[in-house]
Design a protein around this ligand. Structure first.
Ligand code: HBI
Ligand code: FE
Length: 295
């Protein structure tokens, strides 16, 4: 028997969702009444253990958002129930999708302040890790920060940057920005380093690892550095980039013309994910005091 070749993209060969009933923009009906008792039990288990961890490890803006959403301790949330809270906070909406959707559609939703949330939930054997986003990752991990006005504006600007990146051959570089700053971002707070990335905060083990472990590099955010750095999709990150504030991320994303960056770096090999460069500013794990924030 021959070994199946690797998929040509970073996406799994076969996606799990049911795309047959999706509309042209890839949205679907959630069909909340079709979730089983086991589906809701898996949600509760994930929710309980993760809520306890984020109290200690998550950025205050994430926690505030999770509380404002009353993010469904009893079972899988109904997507429509959240939309009036999000709409009042930042004008965002969430829409149901079957799973990963093509980049151009993903960008179009974000640019219109709609966050695509996968409808299915992982199986019990996959409680700790799965390679595709499910509703726990998308809803618990991503939606709370959409209540933060500054982060929400960054997400919209990110979506709006998509078509130009595709046209300029810069998709890989733009995707790195999402990976490091939306999925795996850390932020400095007066109480110490905290996580806000959804890939971190929807994972029990990586929530602790990202903040406590001495192993990964933690490097002060620099837009160009992030957009040049390759990433690992199936292991804990070897490098996390650290923000001073969401304003810093918003301004980097919004005020920068990515065109020259794409032209300079799109055809160059990426910086390996475990490398520290001489110009990097390393961030320690100790609490940050306001007097030494910008050394
Ligand atoms: N689709 N549902 C969904 N969720 C994602 O996070 C996602 C996607 N499609 C494309 C994509 N992410 C990435 O390629 C972009 O961040 C670049
Ligand atoms: Fe995600």
């Amino acid at each position: 028997m021959v070994k199946q070749p690797d998929a040509p993209t970073h996406k799994p060969v076969a996606l799990r969702g049911n795309y047959a009933e999706a509309a042209a923009d890839y949205t679907v009906t959630q069909h909340w009444d079709r979730y089983t008792d086991e589906d809701h039990a898996i949600w509760r288990e994930l929710y309980d253990r993760q809520m306890r961890l984020v109290e200690r490890y998550a950025a205050p803006q994430f926690l505030a958002g999770a509380r404002a959403l009353k993010a469904s301790p009893d079972g899988i949330p109904r997507i429509e129930d959240t939309n009036h809270i999000l709409a009042a906070a930042t004008g965002w909406q969430i829409v149901a999708v079957p799973g990963l959707i093509p980049e151009e559609h993903f960008f179009a939703h974000l640019a219109q302040r709609r966050f695509p949330v996968t409808v299915w939930i992982r199986r019990r054997e996959e409680l700790d890790y799965l390679s595709e986003p499910d509703i726990f990752h998308d809803f618990f991990g991503h939606v709370p920060l959409l209540t933060d006005p500054v982060f929400a504006r960054f997400m919209q600007a990110y979506g709006a940057a998509g078509p130009k990146a595709i046209a300029a051959g810069g998709l890989k570089m733009l995707a790195r920005l999402y990976w490091y700053m939306v999925e795996f971002g850390l932020i400095r707070t007066p109480a110490g380093l905290r996580a806000y990335g959804s890939g971190i905060l929807s994972s029990k083990a990586e929530t602790v690892y990202s903040i406590e472990s001495p192993r990964p590099h933690r490097i002060a955010f620099d837009l160009e550095r992030v957009m040049r750095t390759d990433y690992l999709i199936d292991d804990f990150q070897q490098t996390y980039f650290v923000l001073d504030s969401f304003e810093q991320l918003f301004h980097a994303g919004y005020d920068t013309d990515f065109g020259p960056l794409y032209r300079r770096y799109a055809d160059q090999p990426g910086i390996p994910p475990d490398v520290v460069l001489p110009e990097d500013t390393l961030i320690g794990r100790e609490p940050v005091h306001s007097s030494d924030r910008r050394k």
